[in-house]
Design a protein around this ligand. Sequence first.
Ligand code: SF4
Length: 458
Amino acid sequence: CGVVGAWGPATPAVRTMLIALQHRGQQSAGIAICRNSGIDCRTGSGRVTDVFPNPEARALQGGAGAIGHVRYATSGGEGPDDELAQPIVMQAGTNSTLALAHNGTLVNTDEARAGLGISTDATDTAVLGRLLTAVMENAGMTLSQALHEVLPQVTGAYSLVLTDGRRMYGVRDPQAFRPLCLGQLEDTWLLASESAAIAAVGATFVRELEPGEVLEADADGIHSSRLDVPGARRASCLFEHVYFARADSRIGGRSVYEARYAAGRELAAYAPPPPSSDVVVAVPDTARVAADGYAWHAGLPAVQGLLRHEGVGRSFITGDPAGREAAVRQKLSAVPAAVAGREVVLVDDSLVRGTTMTAVVAMLRTAGARGVHLRIASPPHRWPCFYGIDTGRGDALLGAQVPLDRLAGHLGCDSAEFLPLESLLNAVGGDPDTYCTACLDGRFPTAVDLRDGAFLQQ
Ligand code: SF4
């Protein structure tokens, strides 16, 4: 998911920022805007421009501030998108209203659901909203006090943007799983999952929020405090750099583009192309940068052997396996003139379920490729993600089900090699101990319940 907020005269910027974060989720979009009369929230299924077609719409104008969200499913099942859309708006007693947008997934919400007496179908975001409004109502706390009271008791990933109509809040969990950054557009303070969204409205990037930071913005400026969670280890999601974030964003002080290019370069050193190879082809679009790095360092031309067709969402984000495979064929096509009669080195950024890859290898062969050598710029996913990226359970993950030496045959390619974790961490840069790598090596930074997944311990 992606979250945004704006506090000040440039409130309508939230729509543009959400469009810039559309790659983070296309199932629903929503904006909650703060007016004198209260918080107006509009949500709907589909893309931002489906729900908010008109940038000049009165619904977006005239507020003191606004928060917004784009969603893909991580928690709360496969219910109708418009019912699961965010922001959510909740009453805290008779005097306070709260609007909340969440990127991430909480880990330990079953107990809280039982304690609050709410349905097991409720999303973790709804549980969080109920926990906050309960203490605001019962203990008479402000939203700021409620955040400091409730969040230290919650485990998991949360980058939050909230408002009580008087202020905007941005919160990053103590492990900083998901990104969240601060920007400024004249007198308006901005929050967004990625720096690219801040650039998209011509604003100045100020900084990323720190792990466990609670940032408040109102007419007087900004103010920061910290959640009281001693000893939390920073565990920022490595896959933001590999796959999820935009290449023009900076995360953890590092350019996502540079990290991907360096991963391609490391991959070329670790798994060079066979001497008979002719060209490098990227799986568009997120693997393009890694493929450029690979091609340059392997001394091969990079060609557009695959085209991505606009208007079709990421297959990663779309429902069931059959739907996903059909989506791949609509979304990608091979270019015979670029690959026919050639031996292709196919570069992708990650291998999750393998559905996309099997279809892509078959497409390249149908288009006349003489051979297909797969090179992946990260290790295979072998454990599920509990922190906000919907990679599926262990039994859906190809790398957890098929041993590495049989993957090439399974995918229909001539060879398959993966960038080792150590090389990937080297490419991303920074202290390797500050990243979450759980889906790759099973080192979960929080307690998790692995019982209902199927795992292959290699
Ligand atoms: Fe990211 Fe993987 Fe950790 Fe999930 S488990 S937060 S995808 S590194």
